[in-house]
Design a protein around this ligand. Structure first.
Ligand code: FWO
Ligand code: ZN
Ligand code: ZN
Length: 386
């Protein structure tokens, strides 16, 4: 079916993320052109979608996804599967940033780039980090600045591992040069130049990141640490980082994880609200990344694999704890868009990309990405081999 240029969404209950109530939305091509109480355009050859009874939220932005798979920390048979693009659509993720992890040898940046382009061909907006866990980072061109300046999808470096037994044990000098290169490369290419740091369970936590802020002229916005809710002490450090104006990324609670065991991302998000720091918090899924799994007593029981469904699942869990949906949505929409200067993403608003997810009781019913239905009333757009 050929997509109509004009689409009229009728009577959606909109969380933009702020709650604006029942509205009609007119879409032209990839863009939202107006949102009003009642839009009647009988003149145009347009598609009308009746969203009565549905909640509309902005397409979710997932800033850390192992789109070509990751893992391998338990040997070759523990290398995790690459992302199924339909998983993004079914879970309301319309923008994703791809990364490599521990294994920067059998996983390649070229493959990461190709997968990001595949997702884009289907209709998901994608970007990638150059590098992987290790320092010096693996690159396309041999230079971080060249990668950022010459390869359009590269918007920064990540996930660079610190305070982790699997890191390269990078020195301050090595780390600060990566952030410096990301900043200058980003300036020249008009990109955010973000360094996404993987923070492990090590005692040092994000000490080295505070040092960069303290000892150099580099603005804190280039430093974007993730997994910050993996431990209580690290999260407390994270709140201090947020108080300096930094943004901390929390790995979302995975759909099969219960939020009752120990300190977890839902607790961390609630605590961020209580400290009035929610504007400085985002969540990411670590989708297709390997996740150490623990049983109800916290014993390691093997490796799980992250799911992009963790974003919506975490938002639901936070709302069930009493935080309003319009507040909670920020951590996977506008806050994330701000980190990366995505000026047209993260909001249901005039002139923004038409990235809209329709929910009924937390079930994703329909997804529009860049003005195109990728799923309509439960029916997915055909995706090769999926
Ligand atoms: C935050 C915790 C739970 C998961 C986290 N995952 C990764 O960093 C990705 C993984 N190493 C891969 O390369 O696929 C971890 O292992 O620490
Ligand atoms: Zn990681
Ligand atoms: Zn990861």
């Amino acid at each position: 079916t050929v997509e109509k240029f004009f689409k009229l969404i009728k009577n959606a209950c909109i969380y933009a993320p702020e709650y604006i109530g029942k509205r009609d939305i007119l879409i032209a091509g990839k863009t939202i052109i107006t949102i009003e109480e009642n839009i009647n355009f009988p003149l145009f050859d347009l598609e009308i979608y009746d969203a009565t009874g549905l909640i509309a939220i902005p397409g979710l932005i997932d800033p850390h996804v192992h789109i070509t798979g990751g893992g391998g920390e338990g040997g070759f048979s523990t290398r995790t599967p690459e992302l199924r693009i339909s998983d993004c659509i079914k879970n309301g993720v319309t923008t994703a940033i791809g990364c490599l992890g521990t294994d920067g040898i059998t996983r390649s940046l070229e493959n990461l780039y190709a997968k990001a382009k595949a997702m884009e061909e289907i209709g998901i907006s994608t970007y990638i980090y150059t590098g992987s866990y290790s320092v010096p980072p693996v690159t396309f061109t041999g230079s971080i600045q060249k990668d950022i300046i010459l390869i359009d999808k590269v918007i920064g470096v990540g996930e660079i591992a610190i305070s982790d037994h699997r890191s390269s044990q990078p020195t301050f000098e090595e780390i600060v040069k990566i952030v410096a290169d990301a900043r200058v490369g980003g300036m020249i290419a008009k990109k955010p130049g973000i360094v996404n740091f993987h923070v492990g369970n090590g005692e040092r936590g994000i000490e080295i990141l505070f040092e960069i802020v303290k000892r150099t002229e580099i603005p804190i916005k280039h430093i974007y640490p993730t997994h910050i809710s993996r431990g209580k002490k690290l999260f407390e450090q994270g709140l201090e980082f947020a108080k300096l104006g930094g943004v901390i990324d929390l790995t979302a609670l995975q759909p099969e994880e219960n939020s009752e065991f120990g300190f977890n991302t839902v607790d961390a998000i609630i605590q961020s609200f209580d400290n009035n720091l929610i504007e400085n918090v985002t969540i990411s899924s670590d989708g297709q990344g390997s996740l150490p799994k623990f049983d109800k007593n916290g014993n390691f029981v093997g490796l799980g694999v992250g799911s992009v469904g963790a974003l919506l699942y975490t938002i639901k869990k936070v709302v069930e704890r009493g935080i309003k949906l319009d507040e909670t949505l920020k951590i996977a929409t506008v806050n994330t868009a701000k980190v990366f200067n995505f000026s047209k993403k993260g909001r249901i608003a005039k002139d923004f990309d038409a990235d809209i997810v329709f929910l009924r009781d937390w079930e994703v019913v329909s997804v529009i990405s860049r003005g195109e239905f990728l799923m309509k009333d439960g029916i997915l757009k055909p995706i090769n081999f999926e």
